[in-house]
Ligand binder design. Structure first.
Ligand SMILES: Cc1cc2nc3c(=O)[nH]c(=O)nc-3n(C[C@H](O)[C@H](O)[C@H](O)COP(=O)(O)O)c2cc1C
Length: 186
């Protein structure tokens, strides 16, 4: 059976945690998984041997990681020939503000359009506020973003907004949707 690729971009590590969770759930479903950080040399070694792919990054000042964009652009031709699922992690999805949520959707769509990826599934995932790990400038930026987006402004502790049950559903929906495809490519 061909493996599934889980490739991600992360700046503070939370998208890695989500990618690891996705990889683990796929493995529990009997899949072979390659988990790759798009910013590492391993991303350059990837060849088109996959039955499908999960691709995810996080928003930082309105942009996803450039290493992830670079990987997707360079590999779009074969990625578009297999079932792909894209996930975008942000603080905008942590609150209930519809304008912020719509902006997260717009930025995910923009990433996909710029990279030329026709993702079969897209999930917007609430990320984390890691105040205790930020330097002064990041803490200041994040406190002001959190104020507007509806996140915590208590900089003395970290807060995780990710709905892990929804991430699990995302994986399960992908597995259900690709069951027929798997039989074709196995
Ligand atoms: C400097 C900085 C800028 C950020 N900019 C945005 C942003 O423009 N929009 C947004 O929704 N979230 C923004 N976030 C929130 C991150 O997307 C969120 O913390 C996410 O969990 C980070 O994932 P990572 O740890 O994988 O990098 C920002 C976070 C930081 C630290």
């Amino acid at each position: 059976m061909k493996p599934i690729l889980v490739i991600y971009g992360t700046t503070e590590g939370h998208t890695r945690k989500i990618a690891e969770f996705i990889a683990e759930r796929l493995r529990k479903a009997g899949k072979t998984v390659d988990l790759v950080d798009s910013a590492t040399p391993a991303a350059e070694q990837i060849v088109p041997i996959y039955a499908g792919a999960f691709i995810g990054g996080s928003l930082h000042q309105g942009k996803h990681q450039s290493a992830l964009a670079h990987f997707v652009k360079a590999n779009a031709a074969w990625l578009n020939a297999i079932p792909t699922a894209f996930f975008s992690v942000s603080l905008s999805m942590a609150g209930k503000d519809e304008e912020w949520r719509a902006e997260a959707k717009r930025l995910a769509d923009e990433f996909l359009a710029d990279a030329g990826l026709n993702a079969g599934m897209v999930r917007l995932v609430a990320g984390a506020l890691k105040y205790t790990e930020y330097d002064f400038l990041k803490r200041w930026i994040m406190k002001s973003i959190a104020q507007k987006a509806g996140g915590s402004t208590d900089t003395s502790r970290d807060t995780e907004y990710t709905d892990w049950d929804d991430v699990a559903r995302f994986v399960d929906e992908y597995l259900a949707a690709t069951r027929g495809e798997e039989r074709k490519v196995a």
